[in-house]
Design a protein around this ligand. Sequence first.
Ligand SMILES: *[C@@H]1O[C@H](CO)[C@@H](O)[C@H](O)[C@H]1NC(C)=O
Ligand SMILES: *[C@@H]1O[C@H](CO)[C@@H](O)[C@H](O)[C@H]1NC(C)=O
Ligand SMILES: *[C@@H]1O[C@H](CO)[C@@H](O)[C@H](O)[C@H]1NC(C)=O
Length: 337
Amino acid sequence: MQFSSCMSLVLLILTTHLFIPSLAEQCNPYDKNTLLQIKKELGNPTKLSSWNPTTDCCDNWYGVSCDYNTWLYRVIHLGLDNLDLPQPVQIPPSVTNLPFLLCLSLDNNPNLVGTILPTIANLTNLEYFFLSHTSISGEIPNTLSKNKRLIDLDFSNSKLTGPLPATLPSLPVISGIIFDGNKLTGTIPESYGSFPNSFTVLSLSHNRLSGKIPASLAKLNLLFVELEGNMLEGDASVFFGSKKSTFKILLGNNSFSFDIGKVGLSEDLRALDLSNNKIYGSLPESLIKLKYLHELNVSNNNLCGQIPQGGKMKRFDKSSYANNKCLCGSPLQGCKA
Ligand SMILES: *[C@@H]1O[C@H](CO)[C@@H](O)[C@H](O)[C@H]1NC(C)=O
Ligand SMILES: *[C@@H]1O[C@H](CO)[C@@H](O)[C@H](O)[C@H]1NC(C)=O
Ligand SMILES: *[C@@H]1O[C@H](CO)[C@@H](O)[C@H](O)[C@H]1NC(C)=O
C-alpha cells in the first residue's frame, strides 16, 4: 500500500487560492535560496526547470507550495516525485533548511541514493515523509522519533536494511509506517505494542523480518496489517479480534503457527491471506458473516475440518484452500461422515 504524495495535498491549497492576484513576489527569500541550493544538490534535473531564480517560488515551481494560511508564504510542501534524476544523488542536505516543511516527498526516484540523514530531525513541523521506490539504503534512523508531528512514513520499495526503529511508537500522532519491499532484518520490537491510538497501518511485507510477534501488539486496533513474505513465526492471533475494525490481514509466506479456530474476526474484514504458513485448527464459522470479504487465501497450511459454507465464502475457489492437512467441503471434496 502507498500513501499519496505531497502533490495531492498541494492541490487542495491551490484550488482555494487560485484567484488571488499576486503582484509582489510572495516567496520567502531565505526559502528561495534554499530551494535553489536543493536544485544544485539534485544535479539540476530538467524536471526543475521551472525553478527559475527570476520567478516567484510560490508560483508554479514544480512540487513547491507555500503556506497561504498564515500569509508568511513559507515553503510547506516539497513534492519532488519522478524527477528523472540524471545521476545518483543523495537526499539534498539543504532540505533541513526549510523549517516550515510539512510534507517531503521524493517518491519514484531510482537515482536517489545514500541514507536517511539524522538531520531530518531538524524539520520539526514535518508530518508526511515519503521515500518510496528509491535507492535509499542504510538503517531507518531512530532519530525520526524527534519529528513529533509525523503522521505518515512511506519508505516502501527502497533498499533499507537493519532493524525496525524501536522509538517510533513515541510519536504522538503517527498513523502509519509503510516499510514494505526493503531488506529490513530483526524482530518486530516489543515497543510496537505502545503505538498511540492514531496508529492504524503496519505495512512491513517483503522484508527479512524474523522471530515472534510480541504479545504487546494485541492492544493495537489496526486497519491494515501487511506482513507477507518475511520469516516471522509463532502466534499472529494478536492481530485478530471481533472488536477490532481491521480491513486487511496479510500474513502469507511466513512461518506462523497458531490455532485459527480460536480467533475473532473484525466485521470489516475485506482481505485475509494466510497462505504458506503452518497455521492449524479449523476455519472460524464467523467467516460467513463477513459482508465485505473479497480476498481469502488459506492455502498451504495445516488446517482441518469443514470450510464454512455461505455468505461471501461462495466466491472463493479451490486455490484459496489447497494443500492443507484435512480441510474439506465445497469447493474441496466433501467431508467424511
Ligand atoms: C540541525 O540540528 C543539529 C543538532 O541536532 C544542529 O547542529 C544543526 O545546526 C541543525 N541544522 C539546521 C539546518 O538547523
Ligand atoms: C509467496 O511466494 C510465492 C513464491 O515466491 C509467490 O508466488 C506468492 O505470490 C507469495 N504470496 C504472498 C502472499 O506473498
Ligand atoms: C493462494 O496462494 C497460493 C500460494 O501462494 C497461490 O498459488 C494461489 O494462486 C492463491 N490463490 C488465490 C485465490 O489467491
